[in-house]
Unconditional design. Sequence first.
Length: 139
Amino acid sequence: MKEILAVVRMKKTGATKKALVAAGVAGFTAVKVSGRGRLVTDPARIEECKAKLLAMGVNEGGAGADTEQLVTSFLDGSRFFPRRLFTILAHDDDVPRIVEAITDANRTEHGIGDGTIFVMPILDAVRVRTGESGEAAIW
């Protein structure tokens, strides 16, 4: 048995749920989390991201000093990003299919911030209602 933790963009929550259901996942949990990944260090890439984010601020009511400060704090690592954390328990043989489904649903053209997937071993699981344990408890 494996536990799959997938940290994805908030806007990709619906696409991720659909991908998991299409992949045959019997159940999963999703919670709102905040965090950040690797810092972008390429100055040209930072300016490109900053320009895009500031343009989005203009479309949503004007970009002032507050918007610029918010964008800068996202890019310099001093602020967390809102994300969704999916938790899935799966049989060992199903892990590649599930990871592929999550990856396909979350890959973007941005090249940064598409998420992270962790796969860890699980020693045991117990279904509370029936008392089933091990592999029988997760599907």
